[in-house]
Design a protein around this ligand. Structure first.
Ligand SMILES: Cc1cc2nc3c(=O)[nH]c(=O)nc-3n(C[C@H](O)[C@H](O)[C@H](O)COP(=O)(O)OP(=O)(O)OC[C@H]3O[C@@H](n4cnc5c(N)ncnc54)[C@H](O)[C@@H]3O)c2cc1C
Length: 478
């Protein structure tokens, strides 16, 4: 694989020797470096087909414990080498791509459920633990975390935390930031700190949340304490067909307003209802599933039924079919190989702006030359708003793939921001959204930049991401 954005910072032989002494599982093997330098960023998939990655790691270190992580961090800080933490590399924004070369720090060697405190419904888990392994270990104890991202099989606890991830059952269980109680973090100078740990605190700002969503730019997460739940004793499902998307949105809003939080509340616009659920394209399908204590589930579903009384029932088996196919994204590789640009854009929007953000964003995306479609569903709901998840596609000429990709993201993101949505609900920033952070945060971006400067003065941690100034030179992207 060739590094598309320049050769990046090489790892000197002397530093490599130090890294090997500190972390025996350190390699410079070309195939492992190339693999460690890729994630699921759709534009990166196009580059990979052309034999390129954005940046190429000079070495990959796979530590076995936090002590080794701290040692690697210290060596990189002393040598001023870029250091990019990587988990499952399922990110879709290029967040784990070592844009400026240097060292890729593979955290998947720190894996496993360490402790369960059943009475407190608390677990201690290592960051490289993949989703299915965690849920399997918890199921044996009659517990669940309730975090079920579509990338369950591909992603790790550390990646969920570093990106502020959301699972498909989030309306009941919350996002990962609601589940985390405390963290162990290796700072950029190699110091190990612990944050949080109590059910709630009034000891200044929440330092745990400082690292949640920091995408590896402020510290390396080496351990986490998370809230879990008893394995649900009951599950109920329902489906509805609304005469229009806006009617369905209003129903979701009113369900949350009444305090009901069904685990799954997914509303598809007319086009997605047709594409995914076989309707005629004239209704907006709502899928509902709740699980937990039977009394609470019954009450929740009774609220849902009352609020949705004006909608027609949709096919009974739609929830079952969604559950069966919900994590199948095999089509993406095929479409990418055909040269199509396909991606998704997920944003959080207050209820009073949902109609405007939906309308303007679909219009902006479909106005981009060669655009084929722009559709959306509502995938996570809160009392004050929801996550809109847009899917878009275009069929540009071969030499216009990257330009079209950039044009779609520019058009879609700016339409969202203008109409009152935010920059990201759960996929994060990475490289792809780096250019929009200033517009999205305004002057508050300087707070983030000053925190970065204080915690990572040499700028070694995942440089070139999160809209932060980079300590390393390289061609700009885009
Ligand atoms: C098919 C598909 C479906 C997806 N569905 C969802 C979904 O439903 N919900 C959702 O939230 N996301 C989803 N994603 C996006 C992605 O899976 C998430 O962002 C996930 O949380 C990334 O985890 P990871 O372990 O793969 O992290 P990586 O991609 O390896 O890394 C992501 C970021 O986290 C940082 N990082 C990783 N581990 C650590 C650590 N221990 N300490 C500090 N920083 C770290 C990296 O530096 C990088 O910045 C999906 C992706 C794909 C490909």
């Amino acid at each position: 694989m060739r590094p598309r954005l320049g050769p990046g910072v090489p790892v000197p032989e002397a530093v490599l020797r130090e890294l090997r002494a500190a972390c025996p599982d350190t390699t410079t093997e070309a195939e492992i470096r190339a693999e460690a330098s890729r994630d699921w960023w759709p534009l990166g998939l196009h580059w990979a087909l052309a034999g390129e990655v954005a940046g190429l790691a000079g070495a990959v270190c796979r530590p076995a414990n936090a002590t080794q992580v701290a040692a690697v961090v210290r060596i990189c800080a002393a040598a001023r080498l870029p250091l990019t933490p990587i988990g499952g590399r399922s990110g879709v924004c290029g967040a784990s791509v070592p844009r400026h070369g240097g060292v890729a720090l593979d955290l998947t060697g720190l894996a496993g459920l360490v402790d369960v405190r059943e009475d407190s419904l608390l677990i201690e888990v290592l960051p490289g633990t993949f989703g299915p392994d965690l849920e399997a270990a918890l199921a044996g104890r009659g517990l669940t975390l309730g975090h079920w991202p579509q990338s369950m099989d591909l992603s790790t606890v550390g990646g969920w935390l570093a990106c502020r991830g959301a699972g498909q059952y989030s309306t009941r269980y919350g996002k990962i930031e609601d589940m985390v109680v405390g963290l162990e973090v290796v700072l950029a100078d190699g110091q190990v700190v612990h944050t949080g740990g109590a059910p709630r605190a009034a000891t200044g700002p929440d330092l745990t949340q400082l690292f949640v969503g920091s995408e590896g730019t402020l510290g390396v997460i080496t351990r986490a304490w998370l809230r879990v739940h008893p394995t649900p004793a009951a599950e109920r499902r329902a489906t509805f067909a609304f005469g229009s998307w806006n009617e369905g949105v209003d129903a979701c809003r009113r369900i949350l307003r009444r305090g009901a939080t069904p685990a799954v509340l997914r509303l598809y616009d007319e086009a997605e209802s047709q594409r995914s659920h076989g309707t005629q394209g004239d209704v907006a399908v709502l899928l509902v599933l709740d699980e937990g204590d039977p009394l609470l589930v019954d009450a929740t579903m009774a609220v849902v039924a009352e609020v949705c009384a004006g909608a027609a029932p949709a096919a009974d088996d739609l929830v079952a079919r969604w559950l069966e196919h919900r994590n199948d994204v095999s089509a993406l590789a095929t479409l990418t190989e055909k040269g199509l640009v396909v991606d998704t854009l997920e944003v959080a929007v207050p209820w009073d702006r949902v109609a405007g953000v939906y309308r303007d964003t679909v219009a902006a995306l479909t106005a981009v030359p060669t655009a084929l479609l722009a559709t959306a569903h509502l995938s996570h709901s809160y009392p004050d708003g929801a996550c809109l998840y847009f899917t878009f596609a275009a069929n540009p000429p071969g030499d216009q793939v990257e330009a079209t990709y950039i044009a779609l993201w520019d058009a879609g993101t700016r339409a969202v921001l203008r109409a009152g949505g935010n920059l990201s609900h759960h996929h994060g920033i990475g490289m792809n959204r780096d250019r929009f952070v200033g517009e999205a945060l305004g002057p508050a971006r300087s707070v983030l930049a000053r925190v970065k400067a204080a915690l990572d003065p040499t700028g070694i941690l995942n440089p070139g991401k999160l809209g932060l100034p980079s300590a390393f030179e390289g061609p700009p992207w885009p």
